[in-house]
Design a binder for this molecule. Structure first.
Ligand SMILES: Cc1cc2nc3c(=O)[nH]c(=O)nc-3n(C[C@H](O)[C@H](O)[C@H](O)COP(=O)(O)OP(=O)(O)OC[C@H]3O[C@@H](n4cnc5c(N)ncnc54)[C@H](O)[C@@H]3O)c2cc1C
Ligand SMILES: NC(=O)c1ccc[n+]([C@@H]2O[C@H](COP(=O)([O-])OP(=O)(O)OC[C@H]3O[C@@H](n4cnc5c(N)ncnc54)[C@H](O)[C@@H]3O)[C@@H](O)[C@H]2O)c1
Length: 449
C-alpha cells in the first residue's frame, strides 16, 4: 500500500487546485483520474463550448446586420470549427500530466474506488492517506429509457466530425439552449424537448420568455411538458418517442443529444466502503465541506452536495477544502450570490434572488423590469431581444437579485454580483459613471427610482 498525506480523486478544476494547494504546503499528494487529465471545464465543458458559441455569435450578429449595412453573412464550417476547438482541448491532458510531474504530485490513471475509510484502489495499486478529497465531478443523468445508448452526450457533441441536419435536444436547460443555438446557426434544424412547463428553470421567467421567442424566431422548435420516453433506430436515423401531457408522439432525428441534467458522478467510488454518506445531490458534506460520517474525507466541486455545479464554485470550494485540511476546519462554506450565464446569443444571466423568492422573503421589494429591445445598445446591433429585471430591497436600498438578457449581460452580471455580495447600495451603482456606450452605462436608467 502506497502512503500519502492526501489523495485527490479527479483532475478537474476542483481536484487539481486542491492537489496543488496541498502540495505547495509540503504535503505528499496522489491524484487520480479515470479520463484524460484536466477535467470537464477545459476539455468537455465551458471552454470548448464557448469556442463554438463564439462562432455561432458571429453568425447571428452578421445575420442580424445583413440588411443593415453588412454585405456578407458569416457561415460556420463545422469541421474547421472542431479542428480549431481541438487546438485548445487536445494539449490539455499531456500538459496537465507534465504539470503534475514537474510539481511532484503523484498522478495515477484509472478509476478510484474506496476499499477502506482511508484508502482507495486504482487498478492493482492501493493508496492510503490521512485525507481523501473527492472531486469526481458529474456525469450525464441516466434516463432509464429504452434506446438510451443511442443518445449523444455533450462531450461527443463537441467532437462531431460533421453536424447532422436534424437534431433533438433532450432537456431544456443550459446545454439544450447553448447547443441548440450553436447547431441552428451551423445550419441544423433543432427541436428542444423539455419535460417541464418552463425551460431554463433557474432563470427569470419573463426574460426566459423573451429568449424563447427569439429562439423560436430562429427556427428552433420547443416542445414543453414533453418527456422523451424512448429512442430507437440506427445512429443517423433515429426515432424519438415523446409523451406530451399524456399524448404519445414521435420525431425523426439524425442526432439526439443528452441535455437532461448532470448529477454527481458517484457510480464508481464505492462510498459505502468508506462510510461516506451521499444522496442524489452528491457527497454529503458539512459546512467545512467534510464528510460528516467520515472526517478523513472532504468533497468539492460538482460532486459535493453543496453549491451550484459551476466552475467558479468548484474552484472556490477547492480552496476551502485545501485550507481546512492544512489548518484544521476553519473555513466555512457560506451561501454567496453566484452568477450564472447561458451562452446563447443573446446571453441570459442571473445572480441572487429570483423574483419569486424575493417576494416570499417578506421584504419591501421593488421590481425594476423592462424589455430593452428598443434601447440603443440593442438596436445598434439589431439584437432580437434584450431586457433586465432588478430586485431591490426598498428599505435598505440593496440589490437582492439581478437578471439580464442581451449582449454584454455576461460581463454586466459580474458588476451586479459584486454589488450584491459587497452590499453596494443601488444608489452608488446608479450614480457611478460607467463607460459609454456599454451595457453598464444603462444601469443608471435601470435603477431610476
Ligand atoms: C457542456 C458543458 C458546458 C459547461 N459550461 C459551463 C460554463 O459555461 N460555465 C460554468 O461555470 N460551468 C460550466 N459547466 C460546468 C463545469 O464544467 C463544472 O461545474 C466543472 O467543470 C466542475 O469541475 P469539477 O472539478 O468539480 O469536476 P470535473 O471537471 O468534472 O472533474 C472530475 C473528474 O473526476 C474524474 N472522476 C470521476 N470519478 C472518478 C473515479 N471514480 N476515479 C477517478 N476519476 C474519477 C472524472 O473523470 C473527471 O475528470 C459546463 C459543463 C458542461 C458539461
Ligand atoms: N453556461 C453554463 O454555466 C453551463 C452550461 C452547460 C452546462 N452547465 C452545467 O451543467 C449542468 C448540466 O446541464 P444540463 O443542461 O444537462 O442540465 P440542466 O439541469 O440545466 O437542464 C436539464 C433539464 O432537462 C430536463 N429533463 C430531464 N429529463 C428529461 C427528459 N427525459 N425529457 C425531457 N426533459 C428532461 C430537466 O427538467 C431539466 O430542466 C448544469 O446544471 C450546469 O450546472 C453550465
Amino acid at each position: 500500500m502506497q502512503q500519502f498525506d492526501a489523495i485527490v480523486i479527479g483532475t478537474g478544476v476542483a481536484g487539481k487546485s486542491t492537489a496543488e494547494q496541498l502540495h505547495q504546503a509540503g504535503k505528499s499528494v496522489a491524484i487520480i483520474d479515470k479520463l484524460p487529465f484536466g477535467g470537464t471545464c477545459s476539455q468537455r465543458g465551458c471552454d470548448p463550448k464557448k469556442i463554438l458559441a463564439g462562432a455561432a455569435e458571429l453568425v447571428a450578429r452578421s445575420e442580424r446586420m445583413r440588411d443593415n449595412g453588412l454585405a456578407a453573412e458569416a457561415r460556420i464550417d463545422w469541421p474547421e470549427l472542431i479542428r480549431f476547438k481541438r487546438t485548445f482541448t487536445d494539449p490539455i491532458p499531456e500538459k496537465t500530466e507534465q504539470q503534475f510531474k514537474e510539481t511532484g504530485i503523484t498522478a495515477f490513471h484509472g478509476t478510484a474506488r474506496f476499499i477502506a475509510p482511508d484508502a482507495v484502489q486504482v487498478g492493482d495499486t492501493q493508496l492510503q492517506a490521512d485525507h481523501i478529497v473527492i472531486a469526481a465531478g458529474a456525469r450525464p443523468a441516466p434516463l432509464g429509457i429504452p434506446g438510451e445508448d443511442l443518445l449523444t452526450d455533450s462531450t461527443a457533441f463537441m467532437e462531431l466530425e460533421q453536424l447532422p441536419n436534424d437534431i433533438v435536444m433532450v432537456g431544456g436547460g443550459y446545454i439544450a439552449f447553448e447547443f441548440a443555438h450553436v447547431a441552428s446557426r451551423a445550419g441544423a434544424k433543432v427541436t428542444i424537448v423539455h419535460q417541464g412547463e418552463r425551460p431554463l428553470e433557474p432563470f427569470d421567467p419573463d426574460l426566459v420568455d423573451l429568449l424563447v421567442s427569439a429562439t423560436e424566431a430562429m427556427g428552433i422548435t420547443l416542445l414543453l411538458n414533453a418527456e422523451v420516453v424512448s429512442v430507437e433506430g440506427e445512429p443517423g436515423t433515429l426515432r424519438v418517442g415523446i409523451n406530451q401531457q399524456g399524448q404519445e408522439r414521435s420525431l425523426n432525428a439524425s442526432l439526439v443529444v443528452h441535455a437532461a441534467g448532470r448529477p454527481a458522478d458517484l457510480q464508481d467510488l464505492d462510498l459505502d466502503k468508506a462510510g461516506v454518506e451521499y444522496s442524489d445531490k452528491g457527497v454529503a458534506v458539512n459546512e467545512f465541506l467534510q464528510s460528516p460520517s467520515n472526517p478523513a474525507v472532504y468533497a468539492c466541486g460538482d460532486v459535493a452536495e453543496k453549491g451550484l455545479p459551476l466552475t467558479p464554485v468548484a474552484s472556490w470550494e477547492a480552496g476551502i477544502v485545501g485550507a481546512n485540511i492544512l489548518n484544521g476546519n476553519q473555513q466555512r462554506y457560506t451561501e454567496t450570490a453566484v452568477p450564472s450565464v447561458v451562452f446563447t446569443w443573446p446571453n441570459l444571466a442571473t445572480v441572487g434572488m429570483s423574483e419569486e423568492s424575493a417576494r416570499q422573503s417578506g421584504k419591501n421589494i421593488r421590481v425594476s423590469f423592462s424589455d430593452t429591445t428598443d434601447w440603443y445598445e440593442s438596436r445598434r446591433i439589431n439584437e432580437p431581444v434584450s431586457g433586465y429585471k432588478l430586485l431591490i430591497d426598498d428599505d435598505n436600498g440593496l440589490l437582492m437579485g439581478a437578471h439580464l438578457l442581451g449582449v454584454g449581460s455576461d460581463e454586466l452580471i459580474n458588476v451586479l454580483t459584486l454589488a450584491i455580495n459587497h452590499r453596494i447600495p443601488v444608489e452608488s451603482l446608479r450614480t457611478t459613471l460607467f463607460a459609454y456606450p456599454t451595457r453598464a452605462s444603462g444601469l443608471a436608467s435601470m435603477l431610476k427610482s
